[in-house]
Design a protein around this ligand. Structure first.
Ligand code: BG6
Length: 295
């Protein structure tokens, strides 16, 4: 299907009723629904679905830079580019394929001449998004160095989870870890106490985090399970009240309904020699809290 700017979106659907929607703008996941049709990713009511910025919500891809600590635009250019369907891996003229009850799409991004001027490294970025029979989402990124020299990059799946109320949410799996705090010049702290809960702005990079993290939503009685691979760090971000008011594409109160928990590689950038390839994988599932993590 096309969005109102004429940019293609790919809809993945499985027989259980679960679905996902991916935009070629940024290769961004813009919707993920469970079998009941409930939306699991947050999208701002003020989101702007128009290049050259990524829309506020879903899962924008931050590459080849996370944040603003490099020479590139905030979070890199990948989220602002128009990706292509990777036809090499797909039957001709099909946007998605259904195989054993699962749906998948493969996208590809190569640098434009402009990108090469700001980041002079030839790469091929292949993105595969699949929705399993049970409605679990999996996103695999493969970045290949097709240049004559090595390059380094940082990366994040900037995942906007939809939550009932931020004050009802907690994260398990990050306790006792070190984090870099973006709110105090990236100073390093160690997380104390139990699971992480929210009562003010948070903007942190938890380093060397475990490969499974749980986000528990008490009110919705729902737990997001985040599984990652090749992505050592986890970003936790909520802009809270003051920062939200400064963001044109986020409603003043909407910070209560969102929480970003990003599988990422930030502290130690990934380095690829010529012809080397890196893989970073994210798996998201949403399960009723009573079945595993509820306390
Ligand atoms: C987070 C960063 O991941 O993304 C924040 O840690 C930043 O510092 C936020 O504000 C949103 O970034 P953007 O560019 O999408 O507004």
């Amino acid at each position: 299907v096309k969005d109102w700017n004429g940019i293609d979106q790919i809809v993945l659907k499985v027989p259980s009723g679960a679905s996902a929607r991916v935009s070629l703008h940024g290769g961004q996941l813009i919707s993920w629904r469970n079998e009941k049709g409930e939306e699991l990713l947050f999208t701002s009511s003020k989101a702007i679905f128009k290049p050259p910025k990524a829309m506020r919500g879903g899962i924008p891809i931050c590459f080849p830079q996370f944040g603003n600590c490099g020479t590139l635009e905030q979070h890199g250019f990948a989220r602002n580019r128009i990706w292509s369907i990777d036809k090499d891996l797909l039957p001709l003229n099909t946007n998605s394929k259904v195989e054993c009850g699962m749906a998948a799409v493969n996208l590809i991004l190569k640098p434009t001449d402009d990108d090469l001027r700001s980041w002079p490294h030839c790469f091929e970025f292949r993105l595969r998004i699949t929705l399993s029979m049970e409605g679990h989402l999996s996103i695999t990124s493969r970045v290949r160095n097709v240049d004559g020299k090595a390059f380094s990059f940082s990366f994040a799946y900037h995942t906007y989870l939809s939550v009932s109320d931020i004050s009802e949410v907690r994260i398990e799996g990050l306790e006792t870890l070190d984090y870099l705090d973006n709110l105090s010049q990236k100073e390093r702290f160690t997380e104390q106490g139990d699971a992480i809960t929210f009562e003010s702005e948070v903007d942190r990079v938890y380093v060397r985090s475990p490969n499974v993290i749980a986000v528990l939503d008490h009110e919705k009685k729902r737990t997001f399970l985040i599984r990652k691979d090749g992505l050592p760090d986890t970003v936790v971000w909520n802009p809270w009240e003051k920062k939200s008011r400064l963001m044109a594409d986020l409603g003043d109160e909407e910070y209560k309904q969102m929480l970003c928990v990003d599988a990422a590689a930030i502290e130690k950038p990934i380095t690829l020699k010529p012809n080397e390839e890196w893989t970073g994988r994210l798996e998201l599932s949403s399960v009723p809290s009573t079945c595993c993590h509820d306390h």
